[in-house]
Design a binder for this molecule. Sequence first.
Ligand SMILES: [Zn+2]
Length: 96
Amino acid sequence: MSPLKLVIIAILLYLGYRLLISDWKKKRRKRDDEESPKESKLEDDQVEDVLVEDPVCHKLVPRRQAIRLKQKGRQDYVYFCSEECCNKFSQTGEQE
Ligand SMILES: [Zn+2]
């Protein structure tokens, strides 16, 4: 092997090494960008944070904090501000 070939191989190896490093850095930067955005999660929370009306005391409560009650023969839930109201509602429901 001539010395010139060795030099060329060394340069090629160096260039290949440089390419690998820059590619790896790009990938790292891209991954960092993907991890940072949390806005989509926030939007989901806002969708869940809907105000619902308590049918007993007619107070508006965030749905996430409300007490849920599923009525018989109904697909949707009824929401209450407290267990007290929930109990009142189910008691009046039984009387009907
Ligand atoms: Zn209530």
